[in-house]
Design a protein around this ligand. Structure first.
Ligand SMILES: Cc1cc2nc3c(=O)[nH]c(=O)nc-3n(C[C@H](O)[C@H](O)[C@H](O)COP(=O)(O)O)c2cc1C
Length: 190
Protein backbone atom coordinates (compact mmCIF):
# COMPACT_ATOMS: atom_id res chain seq x y z
CA UNK A 1 0.00 0.00 0.00
CA UNK A 2 1.43 3.41 -0.84
CA UNK A 3 1.89 5.49 2.26
CA UNK A 4 0.23 8.60 0.96
CA UNK A 5 -0.10 10.42 4.25
CA UNK A 6 3.57 10.24 5.21
CA UNK A 7 4.74 11.29 1.80
CA UNK A 8 5.78 14.80 0.82
CA UNK A 9 3.05 17.12 -0.36
CA UNK A 10 3.78 16.31 -3.97
CA UNK A 11 2.32 12.86 -3.24
CA UNK A 12 -0.80 14.34 -1.63
CA UNK A 13 -1.01 16.83 -4.51
CA UNK A 14 -0.91 13.93 -6.95
CA UNK A 15 -3.68 12.14 -5.05
CA UNK A 16 -5.89 15.24 -4.79
CA UNK A 17 -5.39 15.93 -8.51
CA UNK A 18 -6.49 12.38 -9.34
CA UNK A 19 -9.54 12.61 -7.06
CA UNK A 20 -10.48 15.97 -8.60
CA UNK A 21 -10.27 14.46 -12.07
CA UNK A 22 -12.53 11.55 -11.14
CA UNK A 23 -15.07 13.63 -9.20
CA UNK A 24 -15.25 16.18 -12.06
CA UNK A 25 -17.17 13.54 -14.02
CA UNK A 26 -20.04 13.67 -11.52
CA UNK A 27 -22.38 16.41 -10.38
CA UNK A 28 -24.49 16.77 -7.23
CA UNK A 29 -28.28 17.06 -7.70
CA UNK A 30 -28.09 20.85 -7.65
CA UNK A 31 -25.49 20.77 -10.42
CA UNK A 32 -22.56 21.64 -8.18
CA UNK A 33 -19.32 19.71 -8.05
CA UNK A 34 -18.54 17.11 -5.40
CA UNK A 35 -16.40 18.90 -2.81
CA UNK A 36 -12.93 17.43 -2.35
CA UNK A 37 -11.22 17.98 0.99
CA UNK A 38 -7.45 17.45 1.21
CA UNK A 39 -5.98 15.94 4.38
CA UNK A 40 -2.74 14.50 5.64
CA UNK A 41 0.28 16.50 6.70
CA UNK A 42 -1.17 19.93 5.93
CA UNK A 43 0.65 22.22 8.34
CA UNK A 44 0.41 25.92 7.54
CA UNK A 45 -1.38 28.53 5.47
CA UNK A 46 0.95 28.03 2.54
CA UNK A 47 -0.14 24.39 2.43
CA UNK A 48 -3.81 25.40 2.65
CA UNK A 49 -3.40 27.91 -0.19
CA UNK A 50 -1.62 25.32 -2.33
CA UNK A 51 -4.46 22.79 -2.02
CA UNK A 52 -7.15 25.43 -2.58
CA UNK A 53 -5.27 26.48 -5.73
CA UNK A 54 -5.19 22.89 -6.84
CA UNK A 55 -9.01 22.82 -6.69
CA UNK A 56 -9.76 21.36 -3.25
CA UNK A 57 -12.84 22.83 -1.56
CA UNK A 58 -11.09 22.78 1.79
CA UNK A 59 -8.57 20.99 3.96
CA UNK A 60 -8.87 18.86 7.09
CA UNK A 61 -6.20 19.32 9.74
CA UNK A 62 -5.74 17.13 12.79
CA UNK A 63 -2.29 17.33 14.34
CA UNK A 64 -2.04 21.12 14.55
CA UNK A 65 -5.15 21.19 16.74
CA UNK A 66 -3.82 18.64 19.22
CA UNK A 67 -1.43 21.22 20.67
CA UNK A 68 -4.09 23.79 21.50
CA UNK A 69 -5.30 24.71 24.98
CA UNK A 70 -8.79 23.59 24.03
CA UNK A 71 -7.83 20.05 22.93
CA UNK A 72 -8.95 17.63 25.67
CA UNK A 73 -5.92 15.34 25.41
CA UNK A 74 -3.63 15.29 28.45
CA UNK A 75 -0.62 17.60 28.70
CA UNK A 76 1.56 14.48 28.41
CA UNK A 77 -0.07 13.71 25.03
CA UNK A 78 0.62 17.24 23.76
CA UNK A 79 4.20 17.02 25.01
CA UNK A 80 4.71 13.83 22.96
CA UNK A 81 4.12 16.00 19.88
CA UNK A 82 6.29 18.87 21.08
CA UNK A 83 9.21 16.57 21.91
CA UNK A 84 8.93 14.36 18.78
CA UNK A 85 11.72 14.30 16.21
CA UNK A 86 11.03 13.35 12.58
CA UNK A 87 12.52 9.89 13.09
CA UNK A 88 10.15 9.20 16.01
CA UNK A 89 7.13 9.21 13.70
CA UNK A 90 6.40 5.69 12.48
CA UNK A 91 3.53 3.81 10.86
CA UNK A 92 2.20 0.71 12.62
CA UNK A 93 -0.34 -1.77 11.34
CA UNK A 94 -3.07 -1.42 13.95
CA UNK A 95 -4.82 -4.48 15.46
CA UNK A 96 -7.87 -3.58 13.36
CA UNK A 97 -5.65 -3.83 10.26
CA UNK A 98 -5.44 -0.11 9.51
CA UNK A 99 -2.17 1.79 9.08
CA UNK A 100 -1.71 3.97 12.13
CA UNK A 101 0.89 6.73 12.39
CA UNK A 102 2.20 7.19 15.92
CA UNK A 103 5.03 8.73 17.90
CA UNK A 104 7.44 5.97 18.86
CA UNK A 105 8.00 5.47 22.57
CA UNK A 106 8.95 2.46 24.73
CA UNK A 107 5.45 1.02 24.44
CA UNK A 108 5.67 1.18 20.62
CA UNK A 109 9.12 -0.46 20.75
CA UNK A 110 7.63 -3.31 22.83
CA UNK A 111 4.86 -3.79 20.25
CA UNK A 112 7.39 -3.69 17.41
CA UNK A 113 9.39 -6.35 19.25
CA UNK A 114 6.29 -8.54 19.45
CA UNK A 115 5.59 -8.21 23.18
CA UNK A 116 2.00 -9.02 23.99
CA UNK A 117 -0.33 -8.42 26.89
CA UNK A 118 -3.46 -10.49 27.40
CA UNK A 119 -6.61 -8.49 27.39
CA UNK A 120 -10.32 -8.96 27.54
CA UNK A 121 -12.15 -7.08 24.77
CA UNK A 122 -14.33 -4.42 26.42
CA UNK A 123 -14.83 -2.06 23.51
CA UNK A 124 -15.98 -4.13 20.51
CA UNK A 125 -14.70 -1.65 17.94
CA UNK A 126 -16.70 -1.27 14.71
CA UNK A 127 -13.79 -2.92 12.91
CA UNK A 128 -12.87 -5.49 15.50
CA UNK A 129 -9.50 -7.10 16.06
CA UNK A 130 -9.13 -10.75 16.99
CA UNK A 131 -8.51 -10.34 20.74
CA UNK A 132 -6.94 -13.78 21.16
CA UNK A 133 -4.40 -13.09 18.38
CA UNK A 134 -3.74 -9.42 19.06
CA UNK A 135 -0.84 -8.07 21.10
CA UNK A 136 -2.63 -5.03 22.50
CA UNK A 137 -6.05 -3.37 22.59
CA UNK A 138 -6.06 -0.31 20.33
CA UNK A 139 -9.05 1.31 22.05
CA UNK A 140 -7.49 1.00 25.51
CA UNK A 141 -4.09 2.15 24.21
CA UNK A 142 -5.56 5.34 22.74
CA UNK A 143 -7.62 6.00 25.85
CA UNK A 144 -4.50 5.58 28.00
CA UNK A 145 -2.65 8.08 25.82
CA UNK A 146 -5.49 10.60 25.91
CA UNK A 147 -5.30 10.40 29.73
CA UNK A 148 -1.51 10.69 29.80
CA UNK A 149 -0.54 7.07 30.45
CA UNK A 150 2.33 6.44 28.04
CA UNK A 151 3.53 3.30 29.88
CA UNK A 152 0.66 1.59 28.04
CA UNK A 153 -0.16 4.10 25.36
CA UNK A 154 1.08 5.95 22.31
CA UNK A 155 0.11 9.15 20.55
CA UNK A 156 -1.39 8.86 17.05
CA UNK A 157 -0.31 11.76 14.86
CA UNK A 158 0.07 13.17 11.37
CA UNK A 159 3.30 13.12 9.39
CA UNK A 160 4.26 16.68 10.38
CA UNK A 161 3.54 16.46 14.11
CA UNK A 162 7.26 16.85 14.87
CA UNK A 163 7.11 20.42 13.52
CA UNK A 164 4.84 21.55 16.35
CA UNK A 165 6.79 23.26 19.11
CA UNK A 166 4.24 24.81 21.46
CA UNK A 167 0.71 24.74 22.82
CA UNK A 168 -1.40 27.71 21.71
CA UNK A 169 -5.00 28.89 22.09
CA UNK A 170 -7.11 27.63 19.20
CA UNK A 171 -8.11 31.15 18.12
CA UNK A 172 -4.42 32.11 17.81
CA UNK A 173 -3.83 29.05 15.62
CA UNK A 174 -6.84 29.83 13.42
CA UNK A 175 -5.76 33.49 13.07
CA UNK A 176 -2.23 32.40 12.11
CA UNK A 177 -3.55 29.94 9.51
CA UNK A 178 -5.99 32.50 8.03
CA UNK A 179 -3.28 35.19 7.80
CA UNK A 180 -0.78 32.80 6.22
CA UNK A 181 -3.38 31.53 3.74
CA UNK A 182 -4.44 35.06 2.78
CA UNK A 183 -0.81 36.10 2.32
CA UNK A 184 -0.05 33.08 0.16
CA UNK A 185 -3.19 33.64 -1.94
CA UNK A 186 -2.39 37.36 -2.33
CA UNK A 187 0.93 36.41 -3.93
CA UNK A 188 -0.67 33.70 -6.05
CA UNK A 189 -4.45 34.24 -6.31
CA UNK A 190 -7.02 31.49 -6.91
C1 LIG B 1 -4.94 12.58 17.46
C2 LIG B 1 -5.47 12.13 16.14
C3 LIG B 1 -6.40 11.11 16.10
C4 LIG B 1 -6.93 10.68 14.90
N1 LIG B 1 -7.85 9.68 14.86
C5 LIG B 1 -8.35 9.26 13.69
C6 LIG B 1 -9.30 8.22 13.65
O1 LIG B 1 -9.70 7.67 14.67
N2 LIG B 1 -9.77 7.83 12.44
C7 LIG B 1 -9.36 8.41 11.27
O2 LIG B 1 -9.82 8.03 10.19
N3 LIG B 1 -8.47 9.42 11.28
C8 LIG B 1 -7.96 9.83 12.45
N4 LIG B 1 -7.04 10.82 12.46
C9 LIG B 1 -6.61 11.37 11.16
C10 LIG B 1 -7.31 12.71 10.85
O3 LIG B 1 -8.65 12.45 10.64
C11 LIG B 1 -6.75 13.51 9.69
O4 LIG B 1 -7.22 13.09 8.45
C12 LIG B 1 -5.26 13.54 9.62
O5 LIG B 1 -4.75 13.52 10.92
C13 LIG B 1 -4.87 14.80 8.93
O6 LIG B 1 -3.49 14.91 8.95
P1 LIG B 1 -2.75 15.89 9.96
O7 LIG B 1 -2.90 15.33 11.32
O8 LIG B 1 -1.35 15.86 9.43
O9 LIG B 1 -3.40 17.24 9.82
C14 LIG B 1 -6.50 11.27 13.68
C15 LIG B 1 -5.55 12.29 13.73
C16 LIG B 1 -5.04 12.72 14.93
C17 LIG B 1 -4.01 13.82 14.92
Amino acid sequence: MSDVVSAPHSELERLVTEVLEVTAEYKLKDGSRIPVVAAGGIFDGEDIARFLKLGASGVQMGSRFVCTDECDASLEFKNEYINAKPEDIVVLQSPVKMPLRVIRNDFVRKIQNGASSNFECRYHCLFTCEPDKTTYCIAKTLLNAQRGNFESGFAPCGANAHRIDKIVPVNALINELVTETEEALALNPL
